[in-house]
Write a protein of this length. Structure first.
Length: 128
């Protein structure tokens, strides 16, 4: 799919998502991970993916779910709350460096720590 004005970066558990060629094809920067991937590996691979994003975009929509948490019953990855906060910081810093405004949205997160992870990230990165 050629869309010069859209770039999709997707970091995901390859063991459970996405399951079809159409879904994989629509993503410009694919970062597949194995189940139980820890925070260090996740953040390293995310940074490599973010390094591929170039300037020129007018807006970024960031779907930053907490289904990546080790405690999440569905996501299958191994991140801590601190890792989620770091993830959001990496994304914000990259977009800031490229002067791309962003809208952050929650997405995915089915465990008891989900709200705590989102609250801690907002608290860490929100500036008035």
């Amino acid at each position: 799919m050629e869309r010069e004005n859209v770039c999709i970066l997707d970091i995901y558990n390859n063991d459970i998502y996405p399951n079809n060629k159409f879904t994989r094809k629509r993503v410009d920067i694919n970062i597949p991970l194995k189940s139980k991937t820890d925070g260090n590996e996740y953040l390293t691979k995310l940074q490599a993916g973010l390094d591929k994003i170039e300037s020129g975009f007018k807006l970024a929509f960031v779907v930053a779910g907490t289904d990546v948490l080790e405690s999440d019953p569905l996501g299958g990855l191994g991140l801590s709350i601190r890792d989620c906060v770091a993830r959001d910081g990496l994304i914000l810093e990259k977009l800031k460096a490229l002067s791309i405004p962003a809208v952050f949205l929650g997405g995915g997160g089915y465990g008891r720590e989900s709200a705590t992870a989102m609250t801690e990230s907002i608290s860490a990165h929100y500036r008035m």
